[in-house]
Design a protein around this ligand. Sequence first.
Ligand SMILES: *Cc1c(COP(=O)(O)O)cnc(C)c1O
Length: 456
Amino acid sequence: MSDHTIPYKIYLSETEIPSAWYNLRADMKNKPAPLLNPGTHQPMTAAELSGVFCDELIEQELDDTTPFFAIPEPIREYYRTYRPSPLVRAYHLEKALGTPAKIYYKFEGNNTSGSHKLNSAIAQAYYAKKQGLKGVTTETGAGQWGTALSMACSYFGLDCKVYMVKVSYEQKPFRREVMRTYGASVTPSPSMETAVGRKILAEHPGTTGSLGCAISEAVEVATSIPGYRYVLGSVLNQVLLHQSVIGLETKTALDKYGITPDIIIGCAGGGSNLGGLIAPFMGEKLRGEKDYRIIAVEPASCPSFTRGKYAYDFCDTGMVCPLAKMYTLGSGFIPAPNHVGGLRYHGMSSTLSQLYADGLMEAVSVPQTSVFEAAEYFARVEGILPAPESSHAIRVAIDEAVKCRESGEEKTIVFGLTGTGYFDMVAYEKFHDGKMSDYIPTDEELKASLDKLPVV
Ligand SMILES: *Cc1c(COP(=O)(O)O)cnc(C)c1O
């Protein structure tokens, strides 16, 4: 071990759990584009959104100027059960790679849901309860968000209806049972229960589903039952806001030891963990105080940043949600079912999209088998069994560390390890058996989907 002054795990104390979320948008000169009403193409007002979302979450969603939102005490109380999360110095990984780079990862898998998603689930359930609602509906892809929301709803005594992408519902029966253990009802999507589900099934019989389909179903149910609202686990501004606890804790821990990262890396599905991790660092960058290289890592099978278009698009397949301006592959894009990760969403957070369009961050896409190679390597040297999603960030952290080995540069790399992979053993099995494929969409496939973008 080269550097004994830094402990393996930089733990913070309970009192260092952030007392306010940081709203990165407040420091952005070019604000993310507003959500538009799909009928009128005018910015969505709070009143229009109030049938779908909880009131206080709408305020957070639409607020581009308030830099800090105090975290209500009941939320901090729940955060105390699993936060602060450790920032780990990856000494073993550094040694195995023979790199002079210093690698740190912020580990968000230390709770039963197994990912960072609980950070926002608990906030969203709290505001739903505070508003006097009976329950919430949502979609889940790989299952982490549904699990996190089930936990949060049982904590606050709310009903929770989860529409789970069919391919995951079938591949991950244990995820489903965890959700039911916490009292949620789980329906495979598309289903015959909703008008939009029936329509999608009629048009695409035998479809394995997508997040976009499941969102349409969950929104339909939330808006048709009194006392229910819809909640979303990623993409939205409010979710990035809640996830800023990841970055704020990371920065506090690094500051304690006077460490300044050169490169910050995160996987990007809808952009919430990455948006949360980078928030305080990007804030410094936007204010001209510091500079960092920030890298989003996405799957080559669902490459919104690297091959998508920056345009207004529907957030869901059924086209019932507002339009968001984002890097998108088109709301009709359904990634190949062989890709098991929770990074299958067709679009990207509008906040991160604007930052990327402004050249403030980079993005790379990586093929699936190379991600699992990195996952396995990491598991063997660091011990933690990483989620496939998180392993996209591991892949690029390793690649950057290897570049340092070649150049002799002692860069400091921080990456987000968003969760654990215990429920992803079918995917690991495919990888071990050599049956994992790296399906990458062709230009024609992407064009077919992008040609259907709404004209705004
Ligand atoms: C959902 C999920 C992601 C991707 O979602 P983002 O909103 O992009 O953060 C990444 N890692 C894990 C473990 C997840 O569950």
